[in-house]
Design a protein. Sequence first.
Length: 202
Amino acid sequence: MEEKNYNNTAKSHKVLLVNRGNGAFSGVVDVLSFDVAKILTVLDGDFDVNKTYANKFSDVHDGTWYQNYINFAVEKNYISGDENGLCRPEDMISRAEFASIIARYINIEPLDGEDKFTDIARLDWCKKYINALAEKGIVTGYENDEFLPDNKLTRSEAVAIINRITDRKMTTEILEKLTCPFSDVSETHWAYNDILLAACEY
């Protein structure tokens, strides 16, 4: 299985994030399933805006703005339903769920061996993918070597991971061209550069 590589492509520089009202980024706000579907769709060059993709979920309703994004992501096997066959498009997504999605998105091989984090042993469904992503520096943990897999993914964490898989890296030249579009993000924010790279076209 060949790992997907989006590095240094023009589509990698498209805007992935917009504000959620009043010019705010709200980096601690949890990411919803439809957010992820849209980001992956924007990055994927195969998405056809003029095509209607088949809907496989009873809870992804006709007329919702995110319907086609989710249906495309499902068709590409980036996202899947839960044990009840539901997509839960407006539910918050966990760090473990996002890691699993990103692993499928880039076709990364699961990594056997010792776990990279102390709190993922019970996650048979995704721990090998988390280990593989950690090995490549795509995901990181917290203090005491914990991954906190059940924590809800924040927007800041999401853009940092997306930038790593697309090899978006801030340079002085790029930074000079960009203006932060969010009123609640200062230069001291831990993900300031990642947020700019995801929110601005350059």
